[in-house]
Design a protein around this ligand. Structure first.
Ligand code: NAP
Length: 271
């Protein structure tokens, strides 16, 4: 309807000025003719931020580091998947009722499923932080046979216990044989693009290698994997698909994935 005020959406995090979510979601709103505006909110107060969201009638929020678990107690309801993962990245405000969702794991599986059938495939998950938890949970749901590889044994073992799968110390990752490798540590992220947590020697051409990092678009790990003939997936795909699921929750519309990918890719490509 004409002259209706735009619906407000945003991303909550700290720091947040580098976030590409505003570029991605505003392009998606425009492409679908949806009367919405998406902005970045930097805060150090998760409880106050959620109170503000209610008071101002903000319709939806992406939630990123360091608030993915911190905001949970202040919501009215959690989607069962988010509750099981123990973290949210999305809030939907329906008439003052705030519900938390997790689309991170779903986004990573959507990106993978475009390249490989997941059920029964062996998967080494590198890292045991927040991202790994969501990815690992969804990978297990998809029937993948997981192994967690992590630098610190305590965190790695805790995630492996949560996922009911084996743990291997990161320095012994070469001993594993896998169909899929998912990298979910910050190693190789800008400005340390020459680092990789995985020895090149374990990369075989039959493998699918996905990196959660999207800056740079092609990490050192993905470069090595491509050179060895592996199928590679950038963290950009995971980012786009987690955002696409947010867009679907907020608007009820099919997300314009190609538009979202193009604007984020353009923002990341060296000028
Ligand atoms: P996190 O909770 O801080 O976890 C970091 C993990 O990386 C831990 O397992 C940690 O191991 C490991 N790690 C950190 N530095 C390391 C090093 N120098 N060598 C080996 N291991 C190291 O972080 P997160 O939220 O899971 O995020 C991880 C990455 O995923 C980030 O790069 C983030 O940008 C990316 N991400 C991407 C998307 C996307 O949509 N594409 C979404 C979420 C996250 P220890 O236990 O030994 O400390």
């Amino acid at each position: 309807m004409k002259n209706q005020p735009a619906k407000i959406y945003g991303v909550l995090g700290n720091p947040i000025h580098h976030s590409l979510s505003p570029v991605m979601h505003n392009a998606a709103f425009k492409a679908e003719g949806f009367n919405g505006v998406y902005v970045a909110f930097e805060s150090s107060d998760p409880e106050g931020s959620i109170r503000g969201m209610r008071a101002l009638g903000i319709c939806g929020m992406s939630v990123t580091i360091p608030f993915k678990t911190a905001v949970m107690p202040y919501l009215d309801e959690l989607d069962p998947l988010a509750e099981q993962i123990g973290a949210i990245n999305t809030i939907l405000n329906q008439g003052g009722h705030l519900k938390g969702y997790n689309t991170d794991g779903l986004g990573s599986m959507k990106a993978l499923e475009k390249k490989i059938d997941l059920a029964g495939k062996r998967c080494v998950l590198v890292g045991a932080g927040g991202a790994a938890r969501g990815i690992g949970f969804m990978a297990r749901e998809k029937g993948m046979k997981l192994v967690v590889a992590n630098r610190s044994a305590d965190r790695g073992r805790a995630l492996a216990a949560f996922l009911d799968c084996p743990f291997i110390p990161l320095e012994r990752i070469q001993e594993t044989e896998t169909d899929v490798l998912i990298q979910s540590t910050p190693v190789g992220m800008f400005p340390h693009e020459n680092a990789s947590p995985v020895p090149d020697g374990m990369l075989r051409k039959e493998m699918v290698v996905m990196d959660a990092i999207y800056n740079p678009l092609e990490t050192r790990l993905l470069k090595s994997a491509r050179a060895r003939g592996c199928t590679t997936i950038s963290g950009l795909e995971m980012f786009i698909h987690q955002g696409a699921e947010q867009f679907r929750l907020w608007t009820g519309l099919n997300p314009p994935v190609d538009v979202m990918r193009a604007v984020v890719k353009n923002a990341l490509e060296p000028k």
